[in-house]
Design a protein around this ligand. Structure first.
Ligand SMILES: Nc1ncnc2c1ncn2[C@@H]1O[C@H](COP(=O)(O)OP(=O)(O)OP(=O)(O)O)[C@@H](O)[C@H]1O
Ligand SMILES: [Mg+2]
Length: 366
């Protein structure tokens, strides 16, 4: 199956440049998610690959073929859109078949592919129904089926689940992931939903303002965000970001979080040598704190702060502490949250080796 690469891609609409010298390579069999806020250029990039838009400059390769100037139908890919417009008057079978009507395949081959896709997507019992007689999730499966029957090496998805309710979205997420595991095809999937990205992707390209902010595996992006944008965008509740000053004293490196509150950075894997006095932003994930019940023996920092309020979601809870008029979010077990009453003070630890340090000036990971 082919790799996909974007080389020095520029896309402008008149004087507005949406993508500027973008480079990205998708490995064979990867599930690449393009993740970013609304308007960052995800759909533009996907449509350039599909051939629905023309590049202003640069080259797109699929395998060893330069497809930059090829017609969409000659690129060897299939696309599933957010609005999956099925033909209301055709049956599911008719809708699947329609995707192949231009292909001049023998009838037998067409039927084989429809049967194969219907089985894989578990829509065999629905083949004779019309879209109006299907649930949202079933319709979405038919839309995916219409792409599957094309039997191509690369599938493109543009926010295919955003019209579904939360429960269905979770189910379809798992199904698309299973499909990828089975087909081992290359997938490029656009979403602004970080949970979709984290759960399905083998690689994520985090985009903002038409620029790829970070490209890596979900773990790399979560554990080592390359800059403040990625740090703030990935994670819910979001990473706590706090200004501080770096203190270097021999081999001892600490961050002054507040008066008398130092965070021990022993063991932090600095990408650039730490300089005493540098203004930094310290990133602390809500799940990396220990509250009294689960105190950290080797805590990187321990402090006592007042509880502002708590938020419970059933399986999970977030406690907000106040630190110099800023809120610090901590993820705790629900029963711990019920004991942490607003107005009381709580002593908390921060786990060693879990901080993220960014240069306050450039926003880059240090
Ligand atoms: N035809 C066009 N003319 C001018 N600007 C456009 C055109 N199409 C898109 N844009 C602009 O290009 C930028 C990227 O748009 P794009 O549709 O790629 O965003 P997106 O990341 O897919 O966002 P969303 O999550 O909202 O779908 C936006 O600022 C948008 O306004
Ligand atoms: Mg879009």
């Amino acid at each position: 199956m082919p790799t996909v690469s974007f080389e020095h891609i520029v896309k402008s609409y008149g004087s507005l440049t949406v993508l500027n010298d973008l480079n990205l390579a998708v490995e064979d069999g990867d599930f690449l998610v393009l993740l970013g806020p609304s308007g960052c250029g995800k759909t533009t990039l996907l449509n350039l690959l599909a051939g629905l838009l023309e590049v202003t400059d640069g080259r797109i390769m699929i395998g060893d073929r330069d497809v930059t100037d090829l017609d969409p139908k000659d690129r060897g890919l299939a696309m599933v859109f957010q609005s999956y417009a099925l033909y209301p008057t055709k049956t599911v079978h008719g809708n699947l078949k329609f995707g192949l009507s231009a292909s001049k395949l023998p009838r037998e081959e067409i039927e084989q592919r429809i049967a194969w896709a219907a089985k894989l997507l578990q829509i065999e019992p629905l083949l004779h129904r019309k879209p109006g007689q299907l649930s949202g999730g079933q319709r979405q499966r038919v839309a995916i089926g219409r792409a599957l029957v094309k039997n191509v090496g690369v599938f493109l998805f543009d926010e295919p689940l955003s019209n579904l309710d939360a429960k269905l979205r979770t189910e379809m997420r798992l199904e698309i992931k299973k499909l990828h595991d089975e087909l081992k095809s290359t997938i490029v999937y656009v979403t602004h939903d970080q949970i979709e990205a984290m759960t399905m992707a083998t690689k994520i390209a985090v985009m903002d303002g038409g620029v790829i902010q970070q490209f890596g595996t979900p773990d790399e992006i979560y554990e080592r965000p390359a800059n403040l944008f990625v740090a703030g965008f990935i994670g819910s509740p979001a990473m706590n970001l706090r200004e501080a000053t770096l203190r270097v004293n021999g081999s001892k490196v600490t961050a002054d979080l507040a008066a008398g509150m130092a965070l021990d950075l022993t063991g932090y894997d600095f990408e650039t040598a730490p300089q005493d006095g540098t203004r930094i932003i310290v990133g602390l994930r809500p799940e990396h704190f220990g509250v009294p019940d689960m105190a950290e023996p080797n805590a990187a920092a321990s402090f006592t702060l007042p509880v502002q309020y708590t938020e419970r979601t059933g399986s999970d809870a977030t406690v907000y502490l106040s630190l110099d008029n800023q809120l610090l979010a901590l993820r705790v077990a629900p029963d711990a949250a019920s004991r942490l009453k607003p107005g009381t003070s709580v002593s908390v630890d921060f786990m060693p080796g879990k901080a993220n340090i960014f240069d306050a000036q450039t926003g880059r990971r240090m």
